[in-house]
Each structure stands twice: as C-alpha cells, then as structure tokens.
Design a protein around this ligand. Structure first.
Ligand code: I3S
Length: 169
C-alpha cells in the first residue's frame, strides 16, 4: 500500500502509537496511567514499548503510518498525554513480523490476545472518545485510545480479527 495515512491492515502485523492504560491487572483494579505507547500486534500478541536509553529516537512503520505517528504525537502533545520519555523503535516492516529492535527497545508488557475480548468502552470507563476496552483471559483489562477515528477503527478491526482467529487455541 505504500506510504500515506492508510494503515497496514494485516491483522497479525500492525504497529502504531496509541494511548494506553491498564485498568485491571489479574482481576484487580489499578489506577489509570494513560501514556502514548508504541504498540505492535504480532501474531496473537500485543506488545507495548518500554522506553530505554537516553534520547528519543522515533523510527517509523514502513507500512505507511509515519504520518499517523506524527499526528498521534501532535494530538497527544496538545492533550498533554506524555510520550514515554526515551524511546527508540525499529522499523515495522511489511515483509516480516514487526519487532522491537535488538537492544534498542523491549516491550514493556505483552498481552496474549488468545481467549481475550475487545469492545468499545462504555462512557463510564473513560471520558475520552474512541476508546477500546481489551480484556485478556488472565484478567488484565486495558483501555486503548486514539484521537484519530480511522486509526482506532483499524485497530479495533485488527484486534477483533486476531481474537476471532485465535479463539480456539
Ligand atoms: O476513570 P477515572 O479514574 O475518572 O479516570 C481519570 C483519572 O485516572 C485521571 O487521573 P487522576 O485520578 O490521577 O486525576 C486521569 O487524568 C484521567 O485521564 C482519567 O480519565 P479518562 O476519562 O481520561 O480515562
């Protein structure tokens, strides 16, 4: 598909910047901590980046989401959602599974989507618009949000497809 605002739509290979917070961990409610987070959907796993190192060095998804990254950063900055302080990401290539690069960055946490569920969050979960509620089999609940409705719609579709695809594993 090349560059542009369209996202790479393969359900098992997708990456981008989303606003993410946990709300429940192992069945227990935890305090919200919204953060702009590099997110990679890789097979049946959803990976969230952890900032490392001393500088911010944003790379980009080769699959067309660099403009999306800029838009997300800009809208998050306007909304005062802080990006992770020091993050370095590698390319998310179309030709192979996206990954966090070698010693540059590691996922902060990983969610197994198998046996999970995804739905649009109700208003009592968040005052933000375009919020996805993701529940995992082990009782972790996350809210995932983007100001850009096409972006969040694509993620909703990709997460739903992934969960459905791996439903019986
Ligand atoms: O569901 P809540 O607790 O009203 O969520 C808001 C709070 O977590 C708030 O933090 P403090 O309680 O530390 O002030 C956040 O800043 C808000 O963003 C949370 O609400 P939204 O509706 O944005 O998810």
């Amino acid at each position: 598909r090349g560059f542009g605002l369209s996202l790479y739509r393969e359900p098992s290979e997708k990456c981008g910047v989303l606003n993410v917070t946990k709300i429940t961990e192992h069945g227990k409610k935890v305090r919200k901590n919204w953060a702009s987070t590099w997110t990679v959907l890789q097979g049946s796993s959803l990976l969230f980046a952890k900032g490392q190192g001393s500088g911010t060095s944003w790379s980009y998804c080769r699959n067309g989401s660099f403009p999306e990254l800029l838009l997300s950063l800009l809208s998050n900055w306007k909304r005062s959602i802080k990006p992770r302080p020091a993050v370095s990401y590698t390319h998310c290539r179309r030709s192979r599974a996206p990954s966090f690069g070698g010693n540059q960055s590691k996922p902060e946490f990983t969610v197994d989507l198998r046996g999970g569920s995804v739905e649009w969050a109700s208003k009592d979960k968040s005052s933000k618009k375009h919020v996805i509620e993701l529940k995992t089999r082990v009782g972790t609940e996350l809210l995932i949000q983007s100001e850009i409705d096409s972006v969040i719609n694509d993620w909703f579709r990709a997460l739903s497809e992934t969960i459905n695809t791996h439903a019986w594993e």
